[in-house]
Design a protein around this ligand. Structure first.
Ligand code: SF4
Length: 244
């Protein structure tokens, strides 16, 4: 029946191990379910996009480094001034380290972030003519750039689907939706690229992040208001238990 959920009961496609633990369904079943989930989330969040303000790839790279353990809202407040002061990679190398630390301190972990930004700025300046490279391998060689940052830049600055961005929201929702049982970001991404159509790799993260912020909150998921509730094995309406 059109519009009917592919998974209607926990027993059909999931072996319930406990009230909060589920074993994912076979991949083909999950692929179809993911398509339905994406369709519903696109309807709910038609404008889902990267929340970090930027006007070019280098600014997005810096903003993503700053976003570790920090909210996008806070990063946007800091970068509003930062990007006026520092326009090119070389600008981050002209000032004393302490000055940059001061300029980004409210994003937290500012000493490590300063090292990453200056290391990246140095590499871009010396090896790439001040431009951000457009391959994963090159991005991953930059100091302080791991898969999440590289995927954000590839997908949102260059429009290249290189993988799925896995942050705290994507981790939580992917596990609740039964798309992975992993906790490690690299392993979660490996599971998601198997299930999500490549054309949706970039938007999928944005959709889960928007849904995680608004509905599938960490402590109090609003399952009764959730547009993908019928596809979700962890729904409190089904289990009676708040998922982890
Ligand atoms: S049904 Fe509940 S747990 Fe499942 S995705 Fe929706 S809000 Fe999250």
């Amino acid at each position: 029946m059109p519009g009917r959920p592919q998974i209607t009961t926990a027993k059909t496609d999931y072996q319930m191990k406990s009230k909060t633990e589920v074993t994912p369904a076979p991949k083909n079943s999950n692929r179809e379910r993911v398509r339905q989930i994406i369709r519903q989330l696109k309807r709910a969040y038609p404008d889902a996009k990267c929340s970090l303000n930027h006007s070019n790839a280098f600014e997005l790279l810096v903003a993503t480094i700053l976003s570790a353990q920090c909210t996008d809202e806070r990063v946007n407040i800091v970068t509003a001034d930062l990007f006026r002061k520092y326009r090119q990679p070389e600008d981050y190398l002209k000032v004393p380290e302490r000055e940059l630390q001061h300029d980004i301190r409210t994003t937290g972990f500012f000493r490590n972030k300063t090292k990453s930004i200056r290391g990246t700025a140095k590499a871009l300046s010396e090896e790439y003519g001040g431009k951000v490279p457009q391959t994963m391998d090159e991005l991953l060689r930059l100091p302080g750039v791991a898969r999440k940052t590289a995927n954000v830049v590839m997908g949102n600055a260059f429009g290249i689907a290189s993988g799925v961005v896995v942050d705290t929201h994507v981790t939580r929702l992917s596990r609740r939706l039964g798309l992975t049982t992993e906790k490690d970001a690299v392993k979660i991404e490996r599971d998601l690229v198997e299930l999500v159509p490549k054309k949706d790799w970039v938007v999928f993260s944005h959709l889960l992040i928007y849904h995680g912020r608004k509905i599938c909150k960490a402590r109090n998921p609003l399952c009764a208001e959730c547009v993908v509730e019928k596809y979700c094995p962890s729904s409190t309406l089904k289990t009676g238990v708040v998922p982890s």
